[in-house]
Ligand binder design. Sequence first.
Ligand SMILES: Cc1cc2nc3c(=O)[nH]c(=O)nc-3n(C[C@H](O)[C@H](O)[C@H](O)COP(=O)(O)OP(=O)(O)OC[C@H]3O[C@@H](n4cnc5c(N)ncnc54)[C@H](O)[C@@H]3O)c2cc1C
Length: 385
Amino acid sequence: MTHDLIVLGAGPAGAAAAVTAARAGLAVALVDRALFPRDKLCGGGITGRAQGFLDHTFGALPAGLLHPVATLRLSHGGQELGTLPCDPPFGTTMRHRFDAVLRGLALQAGAQDYAGRRADRIDPGTGRVTLSDGTALQAPVLIGADGVHSATARALWGRAHDPARVAFALEVEAPPRPGPDVLDIDLGAAAWGYGWAFPKAGGLTVGVGGLQPHNPDLRARLDRYLAAQDAPAGLRVKGHHLPFGETRAVPGEGRVLLAGDAAGLVDPITGEGIGWAVHSGRLAALAAARALAEDAPGAALGHYAAALAPVLDELRRARLLRGLIYARPLRGNFARMLARHPAVQQRYVDLMQGRRDYADIGLGSVLRVLRRTLAAGLDRARPRG
Ligand SMILES: Cc1cc2nc3c(=O)[nH]c(=O)nc-3n(C[C@H](O)[C@H](O)[C@H](O)COP(=O)(O)OP(=O)(O)OC[C@H]3O[C@@H](n4cnc5c(N)ncnc54)[C@H](O)[C@@H]3O)c2cc1C
């Protein structure tokens, strides 16, 4: 079967790529090994930035798909640092429904459905993909949106990510908490990561995650965090990797473009990946459409890399800042800084709302506040009298 574009993976990145390409008039094959609705382990937190990308890419989403949560509580090791109102509210969602809706919109736009079939052989040189049922697909451009363990990235480079730099997260679905909905983030629940409790319509998703090599005791950390959240015992625990700051400098090779987790597009501080998946999927599809219109499919990667450059810059700045937030000697200071400076808490919220980016946060100002906090701590520790 010959198409203009093959999109491998029908999560948020793949659905965004497929809907964009199909609306641009391309013949698109949308492949996923799963039958939908399918689950994806995820907090399902949809930031303001992600909501913007979703609107821009898919248009209006069904009412009720996102559950609004208007309060964020930041803690460190169970100690509350601050509680902030969020206007507009964050959205939360269950991925089995959310992903099925996005994929449905891509099919409605005209993408051809190859669900329930794994991409078994991907030949980046020829653009030929063989599915698990033997179907052979061919296209001048491929978009690999097949997640953190991307078979497309493995076909290109032998492995999808560096195990020393990837994160691992554990999560449970808990019953809803009584009282008003609050989005909880505990920056001390995991090393180089955090814990979260996100209320949803009818439930609470609780998890901890952080860079894999720094969290050999992640299960014990989850148990402590669950106890702090008063979650009942015996909930089913699931785990999944996320490319937490393992961004690829070049998002593909030859005729192959990578989007979403396959390209490592997860914020290294907040762990947010859905918004970047949608945005990168759309940019990859636009790049493919432009290259095909120019009759130069080989130019797609160049167009895509140029469009994605500001995102890669943003994630690079976040990675630099992460060292100041999560490195062991500074971690406590960042928490103290958050506790003492409501303006810094507000910046954290603004970042998640998409009202600021890491360039606006300014490494310089963070360093200044950290220095002041550190100096105050040293002063307190100095023997008196
Ligand atoms: C525990 C956890 C919590 C998270 N919480 C949040 C959060 O609250 N907010 C947020 O924004 N982000 C969160 N993330 C990150 C977010 O889940 C990802 O960044 C996002 O799912 C990336 O979307 P994607 O489309 O790139 O990949 P995916 O959603 O992983 O989709 C990839 C698709 O590819 C398919 N696939 C894989 N291999 C093949 C193959 N060989 N053939 C065919 N199909 C294939 C899979 O079936 C899947 O449907 C979290 C991640 C984890 C692990």
